[in-house]
Design a protein around this ligand. Structure first.
Ligand SMILES: C[S@@+](CC[C@H](N)C(=O)[O-])C[C@H]1O[C@@H](n2cnc3c(N)ncnc32)[C@H](O)[C@@H]1O
Length: 231
């Protein structure tokens, strides 16, 4: 599995066309990006523009309600085409932990963050495939964009990630529509409940979950004081 993912990603950064829907479909075609220090070059900007047109990152940002100060885990961040939008959304004051199983793609990601001026916001973190690698209770949002289908056991992975959320924290799974049913079933089996879903981007979904046992994001107002009994 791991080798297949890496092959898909690296084939794309090397400019090899894959079938639609394969691996990192929208990843950069500019292999020279990091190697020759070109992250942020015209060619790289073209990759970002294409990604932004196809994936419409603002849909995910809005669905998660991301804003300044938020702590976000971007899982399977790849070369950071989406991460750069998340970093912008949480600035100032927020942080993004960008995980991946592949050290090489995180090096591209780091170069992209430096070029965009967000390297102080984003921490790249190499993780094992079955280990989210996130601190307990830290995150307002965990974002899985086009990655959950790579997990050997989606439910087990999500159950391991759940403790990393703050009490009203959100999990977002964004992926291609034909992968929706398996993603939602796994999230529910791991103890999440679906709270919002957006299908504004053709062929894709964004599903937002909270932990089923978690208190609601906005606590209900306290009950009015009881009237004193008259003697
Ligand atoms: C299709 S790319 C998605 C990149 C980015 N999230 C996006 O939406 O464009 C999938 C990425 O997930 C990574 N990945 C695969 N399995 C993973 C796992 N178990 N944990 C973390 N990252 C993983 C791959 O190395 C690859 O960089």
């Amino acid at each position: 599995m791991r080798a297949a993912v890496r092959l898909a990603c690296l084939a794309l950064v090397a400019g090899v066309a894959l079938a639609p829907g394969a691996g990192c479909k929208s990843e950069p075609t500019g292999a020279a990006g990091k190697a020759s220090g070109q992250a942020g070059s015209d060619r790289d900007d073209g990759d970002q523009s294409l990604f932004d047109r196809e994936r419409q990152p603002e849909v995910i940002i809005n669905a998660l309600g991301l804003g300044p100060g938020k702590q976000v885990a971007d899982i399977g961040a790849g070369t950071g085409l989406l991460t750069v939008h998340v970093a912008r959304a949480v600035t100032p004051g927020g942080r993004v932990v960008a995980t991946d199983i592949d050290k090489a793609v995180l090096e591209y990601l780091h170069a992209r963050m430096v070029a965009a001026g967000f390297d102080h916001v984003v921490e790249g973190r190499v993780v094992a495939p079955d280990d989210p690698g996130l601190e307990p209770g830290r995150f307002d949002a965990i974002l899985l964009a086009q990655v959950d289908h790579y997990f050997d056991d989606r439910t087990a992975w999500l159950a391991r990630a759940a403790p990393a959320l703050k009490p009203a924290g959100k999990l977002a799974i964004a992926n291609r529509l034909h992968l929706r049913a398996a993603a939602v079933a796994a999230a529910e089996a791991a103890g999440f409940r679906l709270v919002t879903e957006v299908a504004d981007v053709p062929g894709q979904f964004v599903a937002v979950f909270e932990l089923a046992g978690a208190p609601p994001a906005t606590p209900p107002p306290p009950p009015p004081p009881k009237a004193k009994a008259t003697p």
